[in-house]
Ligand binder design. Structure first.
Ligand SMILES: [Zn+2]
Length: 97
């Protein structure tokens, strides 16, 4: 009998935990990040133009675009790759001449 009772208590507790995590998850989706697919929304800051361009967001002067740290880093990483590609192309062109 005692075993069955403790099992029931554990079940109730895990159910409560599930409800709590669902609530926090739904809050996470409510981000104003420039990345519409964003699920993070942590450490929001003003989005630079290159980040807006990366996520295909139009730049409106009146509207302030914000981006979370995660999405900013993703855009920045992409920016770095583009920069390296341009740099390499420039060097190649230089050596050709
Ligand atoms: Zn984001």
């Amino acid at each position: 009998m005692a075993q069955a009772q403790s099992a029931e208590i554990i079940e109730l507790m895990s159910d409560e935990d599930e409800k709590k995590t669902r609530k926090t998850k739904s809050k996470g989706y409510n981000s104003n990040c420039v990345n519409f697919k964003c699920r993070s929304g942590i450490n929001m800051k003003v989005a630079p133009s290159f980040a807006c361009a990366f996520y295909g967001v139009s730049l409106e002067k009146k509207k302030k675009r914000i981006i979370c740290k995660e999405c900013f880093n993703a855009a920045l990483q992409h920016q770095k790759v583009i920069f390296v590609l341009i740099f390499v192309t420039l060097i190649k062109n230089k050596t050709k001449n």
